[in-house]
Design a protein around this ligand. Structure first.
Ligand SMILES: [Zn+2]
Ligand SMILES: [Zn+2]
Length: 331
């Protein structure tokens, strides 16, 4: 959202019955309950204004009254408003405002589990997802100037879930647990549905990482994964006939023809006339945890440990402390 609109203006207000402290090299102001601050680009700096006060700074920092975590609503006027918990910084890059929210790791994990999980997923599957999400946030390196964006490029994330929501229960009951391989946390990958068999990185044509991933049969997907069919012209897509399907091929075709053209990497090809007929099942790259398969295993009484052992062969579960992650809201 915010990044996609390249915002030059933002509004921020504290959650009800709280206050927000804004400061930068221009000065400091407190935004009381019911008030808001307007941020905009002025001469390559961030102007922050509220009531009778207006300052500019290279970086504006926002936090609670005591400098700690705050609950606040960040919005692009007339477009979207979203609530966050944490501290934030806003700077200017290429003429647009770049907000980065610093969230407690566990708040980010619960928020991403809520946004990424299919509705009605059983609790043990959500716990497995929480450990996958936490491991990803701690080990993946996707951006240079901040930790993660909140789109599916990294992990989709919306506002923190309610205190009694299954996503929050799943995060809290696995607090600090991560997946490790040979003593290192792995940036655990997952997809919606593998279609019947997960894939190794090598098989999907992806860059090697410390953890190679392994192909495992996914019984639940074999019986329940949604099937799909597409027809492409043979001439422009003849490379699909060479070797096994790669994630790069899928993304190239989907970028050009739409994201449902090749939903996943589990498919068969058939040439008929001048056409290439693709029939497959599942959705996503099919590497690591399969959300549909995990939900199926949990419904059969498997624990989150059993689910993770199955999809991340040769890994262990370990505990970590309580770091912060920096998230850049983009939608
Ligand atoms: Zn990203
Ligand atoms: Zn599966």
């Amino acid at each position: 959202m915010l990044g996609l609109f390249h915002p030059t203006e933002l509004t921020v207000r504290p959650a009800p019955q709280t206050a927000l402290l804004l400061e930068g090299d221009g000065g400091r102001m407190t935004i009381e309950d019911g008030k808001e601050a307007h941020l905009r680009v002025v001469g390559g700096r961030v102007e922050y204004a509220s009531g009778d006060f207006a300052f500019t700074a290279s970086v504006v920092r926002g936090a609670g009254r005591q400098g700690g975590s705050a609950a606040f609503v960040l919005s692009v006027p007339g477009r979207i408003a979203r609530e966050y918990r944490g501290a934030f910084e806003v700077s200017v890059r290429s003429g647009t405002l770049v907000p980065v929210v610093f969230m407690d790791l566990e708040v980010a994990v619960a928020s991403a589990v809520a946004a990424e999980s299919p509705p009605g997923a059983p609790l043990e599957a959500l716990k497995a997802q929480a450990i996958v999400t936490r491991s990803y946030y701690l080990a993946a390196r996707r951006h240079v100037n901040f930790g993660f964006c909140d789109t599916t490029h990294c992990q989709f994330l919306r506002e923190p879930p309610a205190a009694d929501s299954p996503a929050l229960v799943a995060a809290a009951s696995t607090r600090g647990l991560v997946l490790t391989y040979r003593g290192e946390i792995i940036p655990a990958l997952f997809s919606a549905s593998c279609g019947g068999r997960t894939r190794s990185l090598r098989e999907a044509g992806m860059a090697p990482q410390d953890y190679p991933y392994y192909s495992v049969i996914c019984e639940y997907c074999l019986r329940h994964a949604p099937r799909w069919k597409s027809v492409l012209d043979l001439e422009n897509n003849v490379d699909l006939l060479n070797g096994s399907p790669t994630e790069a091929q899928r993304l190239r075709i989907d970028r050009g023809l739409g994201w449902s053209t090749i939903p996943g990497n589990n498919y068969e090809l058939e040439v008929a006339g001048g056409a290439l007929i693709i029939q497959g099942s599942g959705q996503g790259h099919g590497i690591g945890l399969c959300q549909l398969g995990a939900a199926g295993m949990a419904a059969q009484g498997k624990s989150f440990q059993e689910i993770l052992d199955y999809y991340y062969l040769n890994t262990s579960l370990d505990g970590v402390g309580e770091p912060l992650v920096g998230l850049r809201p983009t939608r």
